[in-house]
Structures are given as C-alpha cells and as structure tokens.
Design a protein around this ligand. Structure first.
Ligand code: 5GP
Length: 193
C-alpha cells in the first residue's frame, strides 16, 4: 500500500519541518539558558511528549536542544480511531518523572480544540510544576474551543499555523496509520468521510 497516494497535498516537507524544528530548538535553548541557572540539570526543563503523535517531533527537537534536559511521555486519550473528539481527555499512561518545582515543556503534535492541552496544563500545575511551556508542531487557532493558560514564566512555541484540514504524517495518524510519513499532508477526505 502506497501511503503517499492517500495524500491530497503536502503542507510542509521534511526539509521545511527540519528547518523549523532547528529554529524552535535554538529559541528554547536561548530562553532556558538565560533563565537563572537553568543550564544546570536541576533546573533545566523536562520535555513532556504527548504520546503518540509527538514522538517524531520530540525526538528531532530534543537532539537540537543544547541543555541538560530530561524527557518523559504522557498518554492522553480523547480521540477514537476517527477524526472527531469523543469526550473528556483522560490520562491513560502517566509521567514517570516528578515535575514538582521543575520547568516543564509540553511537546504536542497539534493543538486543535485545546481540550487536551488545557487538561494537561492543569494536571501539571496540580503536580506543582514551576512553569509550564508548550511547544507544538502545529496549531489550529480557528478550531479553539477551550482556552488554556500557561503556568508561571511558561512560553508558547509553535512550528506552523495549520489550516483547518485533517492532517497526517510526521507523527500524526489516522486510525494509527500515516505516522511514519516524513512530511505533514492533508489526507484525502474520501478516506475518512
Ligand atoms: P484537541 O484536544 O486540541 O482538540 O486535540 C488534540 C489532539 O487531537 C492532537 O494531539 C491530535 O492527536 C488530534 N488531532 C487534532 N487535529 C488533528 C489533525 O488534523 N490530524 C490528526 N492526525 N490528529 C489531530
């Protein structure tokens, strides 16, 4: 099966993504180096990837960050196998690292309605994180239904503003397929409608 033939159009190529990931990593390195003594491992940020969609983005991003960061994953489920949300988010695989008094950067594949992110930020706040930043590959601001507030000195980093299409690739799936495409593209609507 040629997954490429299921794509209507490519929005961002692997080269464009790689370039943008380098820029985000430089920005994060700069912001967290100047943040008091964050270049020491005790105050460098914990990068929390939201599984599974953020796995490629997180892997590429952390290799370009020049700080002694830690990495963890959280799994939050609210989507089924289709393209529409099916309810309130819940944690189905929790963090291993204690985030109390730590700077956390949540790494997301895409912020759509904002429901997942708002839930996760509140969760990290309740766990005593010193600050919560967000680094998302894609953002669909016009789809927002739930607003979120960053914690402490937290910052919002975004790779690309995404038009209102259902996109796949570079970690993003439809029914657990397409995650391994090296680019982000629009899935042909007839494949999910
Ligand atoms: P939210 O809670 O912001 O509505 O949705 C966040 C999650 O929905 C993302 O982490 C992602 O898994 C899924 N999602 C939202 N929009 C898209 C999309 O266009 N394509 C894919 N593959 N997943 C999406």
């Amino acid at each position: 099966m040629d997954l490429n033939s299921h794509i209507e159009k490519i929005l961002w190529t692997d080269q464009e993504i790689s370039q943008r990931v380098s820029e985000l990593a430089s920005q994060i390195t700069q912001d967290f180096s100047t943040n008091s003594d964050s270049s020491s491992s005790s105050s460098a940020p914990i990068m929390v990837g939201v599984a599974t969609g953020a796995f490629l983005f997180l892997a590429d991003l952390v290799r370009k960050i020049q700080l002694p960061i830690s990495v963890d994953f959280v799994r939050i489920e609210s989507y089924g196998s289709g393209t529409v949300s099916c309810g309130k988010p819940k944690i189905t695989c929790d963090l291993k690292i204690d985030v109390r008094d730590k700077h956390v950067i949540v790494v997301e594949d895409i912020v759509d309605t904002g429901s997942t992110l708002s839930f996760l930020i509140e969760y990290l706040k309740s766990k005593g994180s010193l600050s919560v930043s967000v680094c998302t590959l894609l953002n669909k601001p016009e789809r927002r239904k739930v607003n979120f507030e960053l914690v402490g000195s937290g910052k919002f980093y975004c790779g690309f503003e995404c038009p209102d299409y259902f996109v796949v690739g570079y970690g993003l799936d439809f029914a657990e397929l397409y995650r391994n495409l090296p680019y982000v593209g629009v899935l042909k609507p007839e494949l999910y409608q």
